[in-house]
Design a protein around this ligand. Structure first.
Ligand code: G6P
Length: 613
């Protein structure tokens, strides 16, 4: 998804922009660009060669005139207008004196553009973003400073956005503003910085501030001032940063995805550490809800997108089973428009690795508006979701760079299970022995995931054998169904293989019509109370000629006997199984993708963080 960087007062502003854009690459982009200003001129370079745009910018660095004072840079993920150079950011005004970069969507851009057109402005892109450059041109012409001009513009904009602008009229200033989309400002040794993502500033500065909605910042070398929409000065909100740049490197793995799959035991240990004790007691320090508030909850609604949504499906099963609290799961983009019936006794748990996914953020806001209590379950300390929710549950997966979620998905499930256990203990819904057995099982998960990862070569070998597959059907029941969904998603995202997941019991209500000898069926058939039902479903697809891959408990001869191939995992308690069972499916998708030559870290058309609807 789009990334923003701005710099003023650095000896080599172009280098700062290039370094930051490289750190933003992981969000996914299809074009990139930079603009630099001094008093006399504005220099801009853009490129839309997907995956190579940053190389083009690096190669052009020498062309930038010397003595440039400030600049902005952007990685774009196309929404309005194709991924071509003229639509890449930065966008300029008619005179070429103002350059802006923008994340998000300006909903009323057509209306604004009609006005600008009538005033004689001409546009050179199909984007919604460009209107802002022309609006700034209009305001600067009336004598306004850059930040004041941006303040006036922001009042006219509808939608979610983060904006940064530079102009030859005030060549030492970056003006920045945001609504919903995140934007951070910071200072280091006299250099002023603006970025959409902490990752862009890792290693640069720890003195960072988060802009609030509808705040406008004027960033100069050595100073930052912020005003609200009404022009009154605001205090800056310091931002806590928990990550280290070293952790964001590949550490000798071929790609981030492989590194992140292997990091899962560590990520799970860190997530549970200090929160769950061997005696079964738990502490969820950032939860912020009092015990009395927790006890009043009579319904839980989980919301999330993509893999986070699938983690919620696993979490719901644990919560209902252990804590006996009615729970629902909904895709965030559906929930936000559903006019859901919530009360102050409803707890809405919004799950998002990034804490920035716009649909999840809006779902949380919708829940708050309806009076529900809210919790953010996120991997990013101080992210927007974390700031806006009543309480937080942090996963401690560390930075996840690969676009497809792996360690963050695993830690989301473990954290949801821990939360379910926490509620069960408060409510006394489990016998003490059961409670302790679950706690013990949770603490053993990192070791079991490690054992599964120890089988990586076996999993990858099967992936290589299945690399030509065209259609794959994933089946699962009960706790195995979310695993099937996540396995199918991984195969789609990474290997670009048609993959669908079905609750195995639904097979005979339609999907079985698709099964013939060309189909590959991956059945989640680990031991649990629905194992024999899944076996019956395997028999149904085998009878129609499908090739069956059984994901099963190791040494399970009964399952192995009916399958064409097996993906074995260590024995694990049924409700705790998803975190372990997902490992071979991650490996399957990864292996098929690698054989096909796909970019596993940056799959086509996908973005790590989806900050538009
Ligand atoms: C994108 C990513 C997925 C991720 C989803 C939700 O679609 O490609 O991997 O699961 O967003 O992201 P979040 O940051 O909210 O967990």
């Amino acid at each position: 998804m789009c990334g923003i960087i701005g710099v003023t007062g650095a000896p080599d502003p172009m280098q700062v922009l290039l370094d930051a854009l490289a750190l933003l690459e992981y969000r996914g982009y299809d074009s990139a660009g930079v603009a630099l200003v001094n008093k006399a001129s504005l220099w801009r370079k853009r490129d839309a060669l997907r995956g190579h745009s940053l190389d083009t910018l690096r190669a052009a660095a020498g062309e930038a005139p010397s003595g440039m004072t400030a600049g902005v840079g952007h990685t774009r993920w196309a929404t309005h207008g194709a991924a071509v150079e003229r639509n890449a950011h930065p966008h300029c005004d008619c005179s070429g004196a103002v350059a802006i970069v923008h994340n998000g969507i300006i909903e009323n851009y057509q209306e604004l553009w009609d006005k600008l057109k009538a005033e004689g402005h001409t546009r050179s892109s199909e984007t919604d973003s460009e209107v802002v450059a022309h609006m700034l041109e209009r305001e600067i012409a009336t004598g306004a400073g850059l930040a004041e001009a941006l303040r006036r513009c922001v009042g006219e904009l509808r939608g979610d956005f983060a904006l940064a602008a530079v102009s030859t009229s005030e060549p030492e200033v970056i003006a920045a503003a945001r609504r919903t989309s995140p934007l951070i400002v910071g200072l280091v040794d006299g250099t002023g910085l603006v970025a959409s993502d902490i990752a862009a500033l890792l290693g640069t500065t720890r003195t960072l501030f988060q802009l609030a909605d509808d705040e406008i910042a004027e960033v100069r070398p050595g100073s930052i001032s912020v005003v609200g929409l009404d022009g009154h000065a605001h205090e800056l909100e310091p931002l806590e940063v928990a990550w280290d740049i070293v952790a964001a490197r590949r550490d000798g793995y071929d790609d981030f995805m492989s590194k992140e799959i292997h990091e899962q035991p560590r990520a799970l240990r860190d997530t549970l550490m200090g929160r769950l004790h061997a005696d079964g007691s738990s502490e969820l320090e950032e939860l912020s809800l009092t015990d009395a508030e927790l006890d009043e909850i009579d319904r839980v609604v989980f919301v999330g997108c993509g893999s986070a949504y699938y983690a919620c499906l696993s979490g719901r099963i644990a919560l209902e089973h252990w804590a006996r609290v009615p729970a629902e799961v909904e895709i965030a983009s559906e929930f936000r428009y559903r006019d859901a019936l919530l009360s102050e006794r409803t707890l809405v748990v919004a799950v998002s690795q990034s804490g920035e996914t716009v649909d999840t953020l809006h779902a949380l806001r919708e829940a708050k508006r309806s009076g529900a209590r809210t919790i953010a379950l996120t991997n990013v300390v101080d992210s927007l979701l974390a700031r806006e929710a009543d309480g937080v549950l942090y996963t401690r997966a560390g930075p996840e760079i690969g676009v497809a979620s792996t360690k963050s998905h695993a830690t989301q499930i473990a954290m949801l299970q821990l939360f379910a256990l926490h509620l069960a203990r408060r409510r006394g819904t489990l016998a003490i022995d059961d409670y302790r057995a679950i706690a013990k099982g949770l603490l053993e998960l990192p070791g079991l995931v490690e054992q599964a990862i120890g089988q990586m070569e076996v999993y990858l070998e099967l992936a290589r054998r299945l690399a030509e597959v065209q259609d794959v059907y994933f089946l699962g029941r009960g706790i195995g169904y979310p695993v099937a969904l996540e396995g199918a998603l991984k195969l789609k995202e990474l290997a670009y293989v048609r993959a669908e997941a079905y609750p195995a019991g639904e097979l005979k209500h339609g999907p079985i019509a698709l099964i013939d000898e060309r189909a590959v069926v991956v059945a989640v058939a680990t031991r649990g109370h629905l194992w024999d039902k899944v076996m019956a479903n395997i028999a149904e697809v085998k009878a129609r000629g499908a090739t069956v891959v059984a994901l099963c408990t190791q040494h399970d001869q009964a399952t192995e006997a009916v399958a064409d191939h097996v993906l074995e995992i260590p024995e694990v308690a049924e409700l705790l199984s998803p975190v372990v069972a997902i490992v071979p499916l991650q490996a399957l998708a990864y292996g098929v993708a690698r054989v096909r030559g796909n970019d596993v870290d940056r799959p086509r058309n996908l973005a790590k963080v989806v900050t538009v609807e």
